[in-house]
Design a protein around this ligand. Sequence first.
Ligand SMILES: NC(=O)c1ccc[n+]([C@@H]2O[C@H](COP(=O)([O-])OP(=O)(O)OC[C@H]3O[C@@H](n4cnc5c(N)ncnc54)[C@H](OP(=O)(O)O)[C@@H]3O)[C@@H](O)[C@H]2O)c1
Length: 297
Amino acid sequence: MAKMKVLIVGASGFIGRHLLAELCSAGHEALGTASRHGVHGLHKFDLLEDKVEKAIPKDFFAGSEPKLAVIAAAVTNMDDCLIHPEKSRKLNVLNTQKLVRYLQSHGCRIVYLSTGHVFDGSVGNRSEDDPTCPINEYARLKLEMEDFLRIECPESFIARLDKVVGYNPLSWHLLAEWWDLANKKSPILCVEGMEISPTCVRDVARGLRFAMELDLSGIYHLAGPDKIKRIEFARQFCRIGHFDVEVAEKPLATFGFLDGRAVKSSLNSEKFRQATAFAFANSRTILEAFFLNAKGY
Ligand SMILES: NC(=O)c1ccc[n+]([C@@H]2O[C@H](COP(=O)([O-])OP(=O)(O)OC[C@H]3O[C@@H](n4cnc5c(N)ncnc54)[C@H](OP(=O)(O)O)[C@@H]3O)[C@@H](O)[C@H]2O)c1
């Protein structure tokens, strides 16, 4: 496999740091950014303030290896996108577009991380060709970037993700949140009818590497094979983790979210499986690996 040079914008985040590790261990040259100073091994690059020309070392663009840039940086909290619309649009769309143009003009192919929330959530198991209809500001911004890339950078790879979880109980993801609740004997409450595709963050990182190595372009869903009710996943979590806590569903309106939520955000990743032969871990395997790892904490 030819060595690639990959820039990860947002390598301090949940997915970015796993991707950085995945690329390095596969022998590629990867460079990451964080918006803050002093994040070990990462270049400081704040998309709202810093000039990209100054943040990215010039020698990244030198050499004959294929060059790619993964855009993982964003305002990722859905309600924050509603509360701070100008900042979110500037970061998630306007300055990201400027960055993409700069990277493209320096020979980089773009990998963009989008979301299953570009659909309205009325039905799950969505495929790439299903009609989009975002119902919150976060997803509208994601779709605006998807449209921009499809038109201006058609060679880009756009990965739509659903509920990405990890194995570290002290990190910030759904299983870590449930681990904390269950250890405090607090109930685990789920949105009524919510359906997700739990996806392991290491699989997302590996899947993105495969996509880059295979030079894929276009929109692909990268998601675990299960389309599972959130409450079922929570029950499985308690069963496998031997937790005896209440698990219940409540109507979406009682959760106090400020913006809309796609209730069924599960994704069909068959197109990606056919293109790469990559098999994502199912929800049971993810939970077993989580609890195996959690034993050390
Ligand atoms: N995790 C999921 O389940 C999921 C699902 C669907 C889609 N996605 C998408 O996947 C991407 C990565 O998600 P994630 O879970 O890894 O998010 P995350 O943990 O919240 O990380 C966000 C990243 O964005 C960076 N960032 C924030 N503000 C910035 C700014 N002003 N300038 C430059 N960088 C900035 C952060 O850097 P600092 O920490 O240094 O501020 C961090 O590296 C996002 O675009 C997200 O929308 C994630």
